[in-house]
Design a binder for this molecule. Sequence first.
Ligand SMILES: [Zn+2]
Length: 200
Amino acid sequence: MPSGLTESAEMLRRLAATAHVAVRGLESRSKLRRLAILEHRRDGFWVVFQPALLVAPEPVRVFVLAHELAHIALGHPVKIGRLRFLLIGATLLIGIGFGMVLFSQIVKDANPWLLTFESVIWIATMLSPRAILLAVARRYEYQADRWAVTLLSDPGAGNSLFDWMAASTRRVLMPLPLRLWGSTHPSDVARRRALLGGAG
Ligand SMILES: [Zn+2]
């Protein structure tokens, strides 16, 4: 496994140099929720691989590394961080404001239908920041895929990854509703279609 790590780290270094993207290095960690992640640490960006990815065919690793470099180049981590900060603030304000209105109406014994309606809107508002973040994150995934394809100058560069993932039995399968809610990455089928169509 260490040799796979060294080889992939060297691959990352070469790709980063070609793309003029600053990245510190590559690490491997088991029990990673995703195949690969990008970590923004004090000393810069690190790519973290699941051990299974280290033994994946070279084109798979190259595409994943290019995809993670794309996130850095396009400033996605910073943008997501800023958006999350804004949304937390907005949610708190709306939550407190709406909560006060609801409370005053409950005290005044307002129409129960109106109260129900308002409560539903309130809950939807409190949940929507997560929906917004997921939508933005998914858009960034498509952008990163396209950027990776451009960097590698190979329109089919993503296929090796999607084929490998489809064939891999190591994938952790979550129940579908959980996956839809929790996964920031669009489905492999959707990503492949987007890359081939070149749309979006
Ligand atoms: Zn990504």
